[in-house]
Design a protein around this ligand. Structure first.
Ligand code: ADE
Length: 415
């Protein structure tokens, strides 16, 4: 790949591109980078690159002509190397947002030219004439496009084959799946009283991978709910096959109801601890939950108790009247085995008469929301907030989301 940077500060850009990992990769001819001085293409005596904006206003605007001539020179150099026309990107605060997806797209170009703006901007006519796109690296304004062009160059070049190959530690990191990185630790094992999470010292890579995945999910859900929602939408979940030892049975007997209430209580307390006061959590005893389930049953709900090797470990409820699925809880000890997804699919099958099934979930219950999104549920606009009385018991003003999934009737599926 060939990268050209068109700038008023070529030395600054050049020194970055020829240092560290990129410098080593350039020395091995894994890519070539050229930085061009816009000022060299001016035609006035003072080598002036900018002027006052038409229409008035503060700041200066870069002339079109020197940038255009510089871009023509880059095009000629690429052609002389037998390359096609370079893809030209202008870095401006008004551009479309840059992200890893764009980096991957640009990484596929044979030659990429990055043009750095300065002062108040660039004469729009040169952008219109030469630009394939305008990109911004974030919602803040830099004094110039150099840092932005280096951000783009760095993130694109690290994706070029061989650039990270010798830096073994980076290989895994170079795989971006839309989730944030899990936390990393190195020696010493205890630093200033802070130990490394013990799972990382076990040598058990199945457990380590599971821990890291959980950290990535939790971080992304908390810090970047927008990214996480997108990840869930683009990673649909197909429930695993039921194991021979798994069963789900309609709750009929008092004993089954008590087992369901026990799971409901434990799991409810765990998934709502963030949203509730400790007193409110403590009210959710197995007995209180049993009474709730009984009241729900009177109102038309049916509950199913899931067990593995005869041991109850999850519940789910369906309401035939409304098409609602609820009370989907997996006991804390059985979580992480895909039981939630299996039971949700099971509950959907119990409602063949409904083309729309729905769930309601507190917005703080992120693992549940992730499961529903991955299983094809989408938020219904304008969902009302939880009742005002409930607000007194929740630590924050939490909203309850209604998520809806459209399912085909069996007869429609046959068509
Ligand atoms: N030039 C000034 N601010 C910028 C930004 N946020 N992204 C790209 N180029 C810029």
């Amino acid at each position: 790949m060939r990268i050209d940077i068109v700038t008023l500060f070529p030395e600054l850009c050049d020194s970055f591109l020829h240092a560290s990992i990129l410098g080593r990769a350039a020395a091995k001819n894994l890519f070539e980078a050229h930085c061009h001085q816009i000022r060299d293409y001016t035609k006035n005596k003072q080598k002036q690159t900018d002027d006052y904006p038409y229409g008035g206003g503060c700041g200066m605007v870069l002339y079109a002509q020197p940038i255009a001539d510089c871009l023509r020179e880059v095009q000629a150099q690429c052609a002389a190397q037998g390359r096609g026309r370079p893809h030209v990107v202008f870095l401006t605060a008004a551009g479309r947002p840059y992200n890893e997806g764009v980096a991957r797209r640009l990484a596929a170009c044979d030659s990429l030219t990055l043009v750095c703006g300065h002062y108040e901007g660039i004469d729009q006519r040169v952008i219109d004439a030469f630009g394939d796109e305008e990109l911004s690296i974030g919602d803040y304004v830099l004094t110039g496009g150099e840092l932005a062009s280096l951000v783009v160059a760095d993130s694109v070049l690290r994706l070029q084959p061989g650039v990270l190959a010798e830096e073994k530690g980076y290989q895994e990191e170079s795989y971006w799946d839309g989730l944030l990185e899990y936390p990393q630790y190195t020696r010493p094992e205890i630093w200033e009283g802070r130990p490394v999470p013990s799972v990382l010292l076990t040598g058990d890579h199945t457990r380590i991978d599971a821990w890291r995945a959980k950290q990535s999910h939790a971080r992304t859900a908390e810090r970047r709910p927008d990214l996480y929602e997108e990840w869930c939408r683009t990673h649909p979940l197909t429930p695993a096959r039921w194991k021979r030892s798994e069963r789900a049975a309609l709750v009929r007997t008092g004993e089954q109801l008590a087992a369901a209430a026990q799971i409901y209580s434990e799991s409810w307390q765990m998934s709502h601890r963030e949203a509730c006061t400790p007193d409110f959590l403590a009210e959710h005893t197995p007995e209180a939950m049993r009474q709730r389930l009984e009241a729900d049953r009177t109102a038309g709900w049916a509950f199913y108790l899931h067990s593995t090797a005869g041991k109850p470990d999850a519940i789910v409820g369906v309401c035939h009247k409304t098409g609602e699925i609820g009370r989907l809880y997996v006991s804390p000890a059985a979580q992480g085995r895909g039981i939630g997804a299996k039971l949700l699919a099971f509950a959907q099958k119990k409602l063949p008469e409904h083309t729309r099934t729905f769930v309601t979930v507190l917005e703080t219950n992120r693992p549940a929301i992730a499961l529903y999104l991955r299983m094809g549920y989408r938020e219904e606009a304008g969902t009302p907030a939880v009742s005002p009385e409930a607000h007194q018991t929740f630590t924050n003003r939490v909203r309850e989301q209604k998520l809806v999934r459209t399912q085909l009737r069996d007869s429609e599926m046959d068509d």
